[in-house]
Write a protein that binds this ligand. Structure first.
Ligand code: SPV
Ligand code: MG
Length: 547
């Protein structure tokens, strides 16, 4: 129903654009994506150009694409936007009979109008050669009548394109044809010219005297000010091919750059981001629909360990590390957004140092008031509530990671899975030297082979600075772990065991995970980068560039 209403409106919307007293504009598009770009730019209608739809398929503008292939492209465009589309129907793909079927199908697919030109099938682009043969006037009028008689929507618009000026037949012939096409039922005429200035257009407008709306395509006479067309009474201007042409320029430059550099470094940042693609094709809508229609998984919960003081003192006065500002949002806010986006709806943050500064809407707060004398395992124990069977994500409060890393942990079948950076051990930058990290020993190392998905198992973990004798260490834990309901049960049991031994208060996460690994399989999932741990001022600066 909703889609039908949009389609209904599109027919009348195009009719209004063409018949209104104001000058209107149609912008070229050649596929669903460019149609969306036209809409975002603010245009109120689309020109589905024969030249650019063909070219984007790698074909010539000579009816090499069949009319059904054109129809498929139009369907993507109509689905991609709510804008009315005027399609370049070339000659109508044959005689009156082909026009009838074409128009019926256009109405069915929600394409609001067609422009047909008085040439012969197979057509040749108007800017190629001279004196192209024209259709017989009566025969072309038959195509117009057939089209109008076949429209299944009252407001469908049929525009007749006059090629007399382009093919050197002169103004009298152009006027004679325009008059005949108008009388045959065309809703408007498109007068085409390939001169570099618009004298033919102004000459035609004067003689035509507003008998029916006039559409023009100033590809060749582009330098003429638009205002003059407005004053001359032109109804609609078609900007006929400029999105495809600008895309060709941009794609060519990008391809050459990458080919020369064998690298993306010069190109990244100058091209649309992957996020831009997601936005334009409407991924947010799909996510909302998934929440509406997919069976709800029992909500996962997340525990963020944010009690520690950290060492960001001067840059971050009076604040715990997790509240450090990163481009207008706290580290904690960014982390919690990623956790929630990945399905951990119920987030608890354990706070301690300067706890009053740790605030965030939509999260539960747990206080570790003994943060100065206790460690991570103790903080975690405070947040484990009475529901140990829930799927649980545990994250350090001072890490940033790309969402796919957490998504990958969330989709793991393992009961306990930890995210490990396979390459970070080999960091040689100054910030990394001598810094203690959570070093991971696993039963096998990351192979770098895309096809190698053999699960690795944690042997032990230690909070230490990497050293020469750390050769048995396979990576660095990112401070991110996921426990299935069973894994969460094991976690609780291990915390209880530590407590019984009087070791809970001092235990860190590596100790806890090592103990778990001795009793249960703890899966190591390798990643290579795309995360960071904020320990130093330099890290904080780097985090501001983290996407
Ligand atoms: C098209 O865009 O395919 C047109 C306009 O028909 S032109 O190429 O100017 O003839
Ligand atoms: Mg064309």
């Amino acid at each position: 129903m909703g889609a039908d209403i949009v389609r209904e409106n599109r027919f009348s919307a195009l009719r209004r654009l063409i018949t209104s007293a104001d000058l209107s504009f149609l912008m070229e598009a050649h596929n669903g994506l460019s149609a969306k770009i036209v809409q975002e730019a603010g245009f109120r209608g689309i020109w589905a150009s024969g030249l650019t739809m063909s070219a984007s398929l790698g074909l010539r503008d000579s009816n090499e694409a069949s009319w059904t292939q054109v129809m498929d492209v139009l369907e993507y465009m109509a689905d991609a936007t709510g804008l009315p589309i005027l399609v370049d129907g070339d000659t109508g793909h044959g005689n009156f009979n082909n026009v009838r079927r074409f128009v019926r199908k256009l109405c069915e697919r929600g394409v609001a109008g067609v422009c047909i030109e008085d040439k012969l099938f197979p057509k040749t682009n108007s800017f190629i050669g001279e004196e192209q043969p024209l259709a017989d006037v009566d025969e072309f009028c038959g195509r117009i009548k057939a089209g109008k008689d076949s429209q299944t929507h009252d407001d469908f618009t049929l525009i007749a394109r006059v090629e007399a000026l382009i093919s050197g037949r002169g103004m009298e012939e152009a006027l004679r044809r325009a008059e005949a096409y108008h009388a045959a039922g065309a809703d408007a005429v498109l007068i085409h010219s390939k001169k570099a200035e618009a004298s033919e257009i102004f000459g035609f407008m004067e003689r035509w005297g507003n008998r029916a709306p006039v559409v023009i395509v100033p590809t060749m006479y582009y330098a003429t000010p638009t205002e003059l067309f407005r004053q001359a009474g032109v109804s609609t201007i078609i900007w006929a091919n400029h999105l495809l042409r600008s895309a060709m320029t941009a794609m060519g430059e990008t391809a050459r750059r990458i080919h020369e550099d064998q690298s993306l470094i010069e190109v990244e940042g100058r091209v649309a981001s992957v996020k831009d693609i997601f936005r334009l094709v409407g991924n947010a809508e799909l996510e909302a629909a998934e929440r509406r229609y997919l069976p709800e998984k029992p909500a996962a919960r997340a525990i963020v360990l944010g009690a520690a003081k950290g060492e960001l003192g001067e840059a971050n006065p009076d604040q715990p590390k997790c509240m450090a500002d990163i481009r207008g949002q706290s580290l904690l806010q960014r982390l919690v957004t990623t956790l929630k986006d990945s399905g951990a709806r119920d987030v608890a943050v354990v706070r301690g140092y300067r706890k009053a500064a740790v605030t965030l809407k939509g999260v539960g707060l747990v206080d570790n008031d003994r943060f100065e004398t206790t460690g991570e395992a103790y903080s975690l124990s405070l947040a484990l509530d009475e529901h140990p069977e829930a799927e649980t994500v545990v994250a350090y409060g001072d890490v940033l990671f790309r969402r796919y890393i957490l998504d990958s942990l969330m989709s793991s079948k393992a009961d306990i899975v930890i995210a490990v950076d396979a390459l970070n051990l080999h960091r040689s930058d100054r910030a990394a030297i001598g810094q203690k990290r959570d070093l991971v020993a696993a039963d096998h190392a990351y192979s770098g082979d895309y096809l190698d998905d053999e699960p690795a198992r944690l042997l032990h973990m230690a909070h230490a600075a990497p050293s020469a004798d750390a050769a048995d260490m396979q990576g660095e834990w990112m401070g991110l772990a996921r426990f299935s309901p069973t894994g969460a049960q094991w976690l609780r049991e291990e915390i209880e065991a530590l407590k019984a031994e009087g070791a809970l208060e001092q235990a860190d996460m590596p100790t806890l995970l090592t103990r778990l690994a001795a009793k249960h399989p703890v899966r190591v999932k390798y990643f290579t980068g795309h995360w960071m741990n904020i320990n130093t001022l330099q890290d904080l600066a780097d985090a501001r560039n983290f996407q």
